[in-house]
Write a protein that binds this ligand. Structure first.
Ligand SMILES: Cc1ncc(CN)c(N)n1
Length: 227
């Protein structure tokens, strides 16, 4: 399988967080989506939480619009907000709707602690830091699902009931968005701090990426550990 190109900064951050990245992208929840063994109630509970997650993630990407320094950054971040609220969430609304869960119920769902911790961590990264702090905390979410979607589309069981979920993230449109975001982050890094590998902020940014990656693991785990 050829590794998709999501940019140099992402590749550095991902490489330095390799063990956590593996734990995130190959979590038992993900394997359950791939082979179809994930219980339906776990999937629905995850989707409910993920709807709320996406609401707050859209807020974080909106903050990135505010913290942009160029029109190009602004456009890419605004497009990502649109992709989250108008496209990705459609999957959640449709699938939960088929299970009798209304959109109002999704919007008003009580956030699980792992969900709350993750989204507020990212929002805080943006409030305390700058555009790059925000990007380092946001990339595991965006690129991780792109990697998972691509791998699962190629290796899933023919009869997994989670094909629609997998296709949402394997989709060319989603993959292209990740490449655009990855290229933007490379330019944003170069513009603000030059060579990432030798920048004084290298470790801080790396830490933000690694923390968000571990919070993704916690999110999957929440999906398995039903209340
Ligand atoms: C928790 C989580 N992480 C990432 C994604 C992909 N946008 C998502 N929907 N949910």
């Amino acid at each position: 399988m050829t590794a998709p190109d999501y940019g140099h900064s992402f590749a550095l951050w991902r490489g330095a967080a390799a063990e956590d990245w593996q734990g995130y992208t190959h979590h038992p929840f993900v394997e359950g989506l791939r082979d179809g063994s994930l219980p339906r109630r776990c999937f629905l509970n995850y989707l409910i939480q993920d709807y709320v997650f996406l609401v707050h993630f859209a807020r974080a990407w909106s903050m990135a619009v505010v913290k942009s320094e160029t029109l190009e950054e602004m456009k890419t971040c605004a497009t990502t907000v649109d992709a989250l609220v108008n496209h990705e969430m459609a999957l959640h609304i449709r699938t939960c709707g088929e299970a009798g869960i209304s959109e109002a119920a999704l919007f008003n769902a009580t956030e699980a602690p792992a969900n709350l911790a993750y989204t507020r961590y990212v929002l805080d990264a943006g409030m305390q830091g700058d555009f790059l702090d925000l990007m380092a905390a946001l990339l595991p979410c965006v690129m991780g699902y792109a990697e998972i979607g691509q791998r699962l589309a190629q290796t899933r069981s023919a009869d997994t009931p989670y094909a629609e979920w997998i296709d949402t993230y394997a989709d060319l449109g989603y993959q292209k968005m990740c490449q655009t975001v990855g290229a933007m982050v490379d330019q944003s890094v170069a513009r603000r701090i030059g060579d990432l590998e030798h920048a004084p902020r290298r470790d801080t940014l790396q830490k933000r990426f690694a923390t968000a990656t571990r919070l993704e693991i916690g999110f999957w785990q929440m999906g398995l550990d039903l209340p």
